[in-house]
Write a protein that binds this ligand. Structure first.
Ligand code: GLY
Ligand code: MN
Ligand code: MN
Length: 477
């Protein structure tokens, strides 16, 4: 019993009609014929003492199949018997005093189409009986230590070696279902994107010399909270955008710098958005900044043209790498044959990350289930080359996929120095010209896309300002 947990002081209900959850579980059942599956939901996470917890975040696969946004629950699917149950404890009078009245577990379970509920203490007996009968126990890779301990106790498998017992069959089945977003999910993601829009336009407006990065980062995090959830990942906001995931917000913005903002919202249902924009501090790009910016914008727009069912995202990534290489050659930063440069990975000096990833209930959707299961398959394997190796999604796109499109160009002084000293791809790179850009920073432009039957569409009601003119206008509004 957690006495003073304010986050429990809400009425919990499933986000979608119960039929949605019943259908999801029945589709999972059609993919896995025997054994039982344990979906261990998340627990409260103490920050600095037990009853002072972080914002509660339910496990995404638990949310997907069992819909309840509440700690200390385990969903059990028995594939042989065809039954589903939720194990958890009802609140007692002391909980009610501190947290307010709560619906019973039975009432909540009914909201997601589950009839059987049991106290948590009965779960061990259920698992023991299954083990004794030699039945397969399916579970997904745990990523929180408390969930590892729970599985450790239930299964009698030391938590250090649990990963060996993870059910690949269940992982693959869950990935195949969660990869294709239904209309309920798409509506939620559109909503999360609309909150993302507000966050980014606010950041553009605040991007003035003398303002501290933390003032803007804090303000836009507040917008995410106002959207009903919070941020979908810690805000990346910096005038040092050459550091890809820069969470340090202590700099005062200086005129002439570029501020990168990579931020998104997670709304109450758990669905995410993830956008990146770049704003010139003071509201006006220099010609040098515009030239690089427009190359990244061309790579982003070209991705939106190319992303459609049947196309490998790995090929779209390489097309973005070609657009970036061509652009940098036109500015004299690179030279040689574009295809050869990309084949050799020369573009990765400037674009050292992947073009995008799946997005949904997680901002990097299902990354806990294993990147290779989510982004690759028998047909498409990861390219083992610096830069492209970081591509999280390479496989063929399908209608219903929600993905990010996030090309970038960065000038990372330490990387430039390393490549120059080690003569890496020196036949394609004009190092003396590159050295004129060492204080440039970085540019990334990220949109969220839904793959449709024929192509793709941008998620969210309106595209966040992205052309040079639109960004300048928003920054000066
Ligand atoms: N927000 C991190 C990313 O864009 O993947
Ligand atoms: Mn992002
Ligand atoms: Mn992203």
């Amino acid at each position: 019993m957690l006495l003073s947990n304010i986050y429990k002081n809400v009425i919990f209900h499933a986000m979608f009609p119960k039929e949605v959850y019943i259908e999801r579980r029945s589709r999972l059942r059609s993919k896995i014929r025997s054994g039982i599956a344990l979906f261990v939901g998340n627990f409260e996470m103490p920050m600095n003492y037990r009853s002072n917890t972080y914002r509660f975040r339910q496990d995404s696969s638990f949310l997907y199949f069992f819909g309840l946004n509440q700690p200390e629950l385990v969903g059990v699917m028995d594939f042989d018997a065809g039954t589903d149950s939720i194990y958890g404890n009802d609140v007692d009078i002391e909980d009610i005093i501190w947290m307010g009245p709560q619906p019973s577990l039975k009432e909540q379970a009914a909201g997601v189409g589950v009839v059987t509920t049991c106290p948590l203490k009965d779960l061990q007996g259920k698992v023991n009986a299954a083990i004794k009968a030699g039945r397969k126990i399916h579970f997904l890779p745990p990523y929180r230590h408390q969930n590892m301990m729970v599985l450790n106790d239930l299964l009698g498998v030391n938590y250090g070696v649990l990963s060996k017992y993870v059910s690949k069959e269940l992982v693959k089945a869950v990935v195949s279902l969660r990869s294709i977003k239904d209309s309920y999910e798409i509506a939620e993601i559109d909503n999360a994107c609309n909150v993302g829009y507000q966050m980014h336009v606010a950041a553009m407006r605040m991007c003035k010399p003398g303002v501290y990065e933390r003032e803007i980062a804090g303000f836009i995090e507040g917008i995410a909270l106002q959207g009903g959830g919070g941020v979908s990942f810690p805000v990346i906001l910096s005038q040092h955008g050459e550091t890809l995931h820069n969470h340090y917000h202590g700099n005062m913005l200086e005129a002439g710098k570029l501020m990168i903002t990579d931020a998104g919202a997670e709304i109450a249902s758990g669905y995410a958005s993830d956008f990146t924009r770049v704003t010139p501090v003071g509201g006006k790009f220099t010609q040098k900044q515009k030239d690089i910016y427009n190359i990244v914008l061309a790579a982003n727009n070209n991705t939106t043209m190319l992303a459609k069912p049947g196309v490998k995202y790995q090929d779209v990534h390489l097309a973005a790498a070609r657009t970036i290489t061509e652009g940098l050659m036109s500015l004299g930063l690179m030279h040689g044959n574009v295809d050869d440069a990309v084949k050799n990975g020369a573009h990765a000096l400037f674009f050292p990350h992947g073009l995008g990833h799946m997005m949904g209930l997680d901002v990097h959707d299902m990354e806990d289930l294993g990147e290779d299961f989510v982004g690759y398959d028998e047909e498409t394997s990861r390219i083992d080359q610096f830069g492209t190796a970081y591509l999280r999604l390479g496989r063929r796109l399908e209608p219903g996929f929600v993905i990010t499109n996030e090309p970038g160009i960065y000038f990372i002084p330490a990387l430039v120095q390393k490549w120059k000293e080690e003569k890496i791809n020196s036949s394609f790179i004009n190092f003396s010209k590159v050295e004129e850009y060492l204080d440039f920073g970085g540019i990334r432009l990220e949109d969220d896309l839904l793959i449709t039957d024929k192509g793709c569409r941008l998620l969210g009601k309106k595209r966040i300002p992205i052309t040079v003119e639109q960004v300048e206008e928003a920054a000066n509004s």
